[in-house]
Design a protein around this ligand. Structure first.
Ligand code: RET
Length: 254
């Protein structure tokens, strides 16, 4: 860790605090919204709830670890000597990224029925590989190994986004117009938010000074997490809700 100004430090801790609030609120929203959609889509909302609950917990730990890594002396935040634990973030992703893919598969048919199951499993496996290979780079102090692990991690990343883009494109035509718009927007949200992570990861490589890098990486990942988990969950809810409507609404249950 490097020395941070008060402004840099509070930007990061305020962002973590906002993320905890956003994830916690999203958790209540997803669970409360389950009754608004057909039973077959309720699994997706439960998974959305799990994702934000896991993230909410990890952000509490990330905030705690971050504040412990600094002491306030002479008007600046100096490294306390206690390391900041990046593993909270990566363990969080290890659990939540495969769940986000499952969440999508629970509202959108990602392939032909039976083979579709296999495809979701492959995407989830690729997600695990992406996170596991990104971690050694994230904690490395050597720019070379950061670049090498980052490049390896980008292979499954490109695979996942490419497959999702193509598969979501294929299912579009089978849906009603309102659902099509929502799936198209979700596709863009996925690309934009997931694309944010490798860009954030690159900041230290781009010659950004160390303290600005810390701010960029921590704030960048937190913004991306809120959008990719809570924001995406709201899109999944909107798809489930539009499909419920298209399939006759909740009255079909009566
Ligand atoms: C809720 C958390 C999500 C959606 C996390 C997504 C993370 C990524 C897409 C990370 C990707 C990375 C690369 C493609 C290369 C560099 C290392 C990573 C792990 C930051």
């Amino acid at each position: 860790m490097t020395i941070l100004t008060s402004l840099q430090y509070s930007l990061i801790t305020n962002m973590f605090s906002f993320t905890i609030a956003a994830m916690g609120a999203a958790f209540i929203f997803f669970l409360a919204s389950r009754s608004q959609v057909l039973p077959k889509y309720r699994g997706a909302l439960l998974i959305s709830g799990l994702v934000v609950a896991i993230a909410c917990y990890h952000y509490v730990r990330i905030l705690e670890s971050f504040t412990g890594a600094f002491t306030f002396t002479a008007g600046m935040y100096q490294p306390s000597g206690k390391p900041f634990n990046d593993a909270y973030r990566y363990v969080d992703w290890l659990l939540t990224v495969p769940l986000l893919l499952l969440e999508l598969a629970a509202v959108v048919q990602l392939g032909a029925r039976a083979p579709g199951q296999g495809l979701t499993a492959k995407l989830m496996l690729a997600a695990v590989l992406m996170i596991l290979t990104g971690y050694p780079g994230e904690i490395s102090t050597s720019m070379t190994s950061r670049a090498v692990w980052g490049a390896i991690s980008t292979i499954p990343f490109v695979y996942i986004l490419f497959i999702l883009w193509v598969k979501l494109g294929e299912v579009l035509n089978k849906e009603k117009a309102e659902v099509q718009v929502l799936i198209r927007n979700t596709r863009w949200l996925l690309l934009a938010t997931w694309g944010f992570y490798p860009i954030t990861y690159l900041l230290p490589q781009l010659g950004v000074d160390p303290s600005s890098s810390v701010v960029g990486v921590q704030v960048g990942y937190a913004i991306a997490d809120v959008l990719a988990k809570a924001g995406y969950g709201v899109m999944i809810y909107a798809i489930a809700s539009a499909k419920t409507e298209a399939e006759g609404g909740l009255e079909v249950l009566a």
